[in-house]
Design a protein around this ligand. Sequence first.
Ligand code: HEM
Length: 214
Amino acid sequence: MRAEHPETGKGLDDGEVLDQVVTFLVAGSETTASTLAFVFHLLGAHPEVEKRVHAEIDEVLEGRSPTFEDLPSLEYTRGVITESLRLYPPSWMAMRVTAAETELGGRTVPAGTMILYSAQALHHNPELFPDPERFDPERWLGDRAKEVERGALLPFGAGSHKCIGDVLALTETALIVATIASRWRLRPVPGTTLRPEPKATLEPGPLPMVCEPR
Ligand code: HEM
């Protein structure tokens, strides 16, 4: 709110501040909420992964609530979140306009062309991610993480319009997952099928789950 334009020295007026707040709310709520729904659905469907997440959380937290300082130690849990963002990127489609004539996929694209690209399609490309439909959080651990090609994982976009809230989103998601999973096991209601809905964001659809105390 104290920001000033570097050349004019002018600050933001009330309307501009309101626009910024609305943008953060719109861009930051549903994306994070969907990510959490996908993560808990994946954990419920993969008991062996859930067991490892619970073991890591129990070892790191020893019964207390998680804090920002715990995040580096919750490596496997963060791998689960990254793998969920790969399989189900809430922001599944984005747009760019070419600033200059360029080559793309062997075609010449004139300046000013609107291009749609899909993180969802990219993340399921077997040339970038072997066995792409497999939920495999270990892709994001140790040396295997280094094998992933730069630009192959784009849940937050790239370039100057990359998500401004990416670190906040990953931090709050990891803290929420650790807080919930330290006390609860979420079980999908039998017969529930995950059918992601590609709307403005990729939504998980109705995913009823039963909370069981651990
Ligand atoms: C898991 C959660 C989130 C995902 C998957 C996500 C994804 C994205 C993506 C892909 C873009 C770039 C779109 C493009 O390339 O054109 C974007 C932009 C943006 N995001 Fe996020 N986002 C998340 C959370 C948040 C949060 C928590 C905030 C703020 C509190 C936020 C604020 C924004 C804003 C303001 C932009 C526009 C940036 C610009 O155009 O310069 N996002 N987000």
